[in-house]
Design a protein around this ligand. Structure first.
Ligand code: NAP
Length: 242
């Protein structure tokens, strides 16, 4: 995969899928801006990227649900790295408030909307015009199988991820002819740092790994994915139970 003279901004990069994606893109020589709300985890990832791959790396401790912070970070990353060509909107929350919809409250909904939807919109909005001006860009939004099928006890989360899939499809219809592809990636059950293997959720018979997601995301971010836009890619080992 080709990433010559490319830089990427990856959100939620202190762990899980975001960390694996930042490391994978760096392994291809891509410059990296990482951001996360988890400062300690973020510092460790930024050091690992520099030590292993020696690419230009900048890091930002931010809450992506804050618009001003997102815009300031996007402008600074453009300045520090020269240009941001690839945006991976990965930061998201899903563990909070696993319960039937009637037991949930609007604080939970607003937090999920703020991070999972608005964070993606703020950063995309901030980086889209610079990408248009250069005639090349890749936007990859991390959704979920929850946004395709819906998951019980995760109604609020499922709604935010359905929104991300629709956002990606619609934006692709504006952006693709300007050289910017927009795609969504919908993981199924992916085993991250504190997770457990759920063999019953896929016909493959195991949870997926962050690295497997990073392989797909990196491909969509590469030059070679030039003819792919407006698509939502499930990566779920052939989902069994929803
Ligand atoms: P993760 O391990 O929890 O990593 C997400 C990272 O985002 C964490 O470091 C988290 O920090 C950070 N974060 C949370 N809120 C943030 C905010 N407001 N601003 C900036 N960073 C923030 O998650 P993951 O499992 O890798 O999931 C990554 C993405 O894939 C999410 O969008 C998720 O919805 C999606 N996804 C995951 C799965 C799965 O099975 N793992 C399945 C489908 C979709 P803290 O740890 O401090 O909260």
């Amino acid at each position: 995969m080709t990433f010559e003279n490319r830089n990427a901004l990856v959100t939620g990069a202190a762990g899980g899928i975001g960390k694996a994606t930042a490391l994978k893109l760096a392994s291809f020589g891509c410059g990296i801006a990482v951001c996360d709300i988890n400062e300690a985890g973020l510092k460790a990832v930024a050091s690992e990227i520099k030590d292993k791959y020696g690419v230009n790396t900048v890091s930002y401790t931010v809450d992506v649900s804050d618009e001003n912070t997102c815009r300031t970070m996007a402008a600074d990353a453009e300045e520090q790295l020269g240009h941001i060509d690839i945006l991976v909107n990965n930061a998201g929350i899903y563990r909070e408030g696993y319960m039937p919809f009637e037991k949930q409250n609007s604080d939970l909904w607003n937090r999920k909307i703020g991070i999972n939807i608005m964070g993606t919109m703020y950063l995309t909005h901030a980086l889209l015009e610079p990408m248009y001006s250069r005639g090349w860009g890749r936007i990859i939004n991390i959704a979920s199988v929850a946004g395709i099928y819906g998951i019980a006890n995760m109604v609020d989360y499922s709604m935010t991820k359905g929104a991300i899939i629709a956002f990606s499809a619609a934006l692709a219809r504006e952006a693709t002819e300007k050289g910017v592809t927009v795609n969504a990636v919908s993981p199924g059950n992916i085993i991250t740092e504190n997770g457990r293997n759920n063999e019953h959720l896929s016909y493959i018979g195991r949870s997926g790994t962050p690295e497997e997601c990073a392989d797909l995301i990196s491909f969509l971010a590469s030059d070679e994915a030039r003819y792919i836009s407006g698509v939502n890619y499930p990566i779920d080992g052939c989902r069994r139970k929803i």
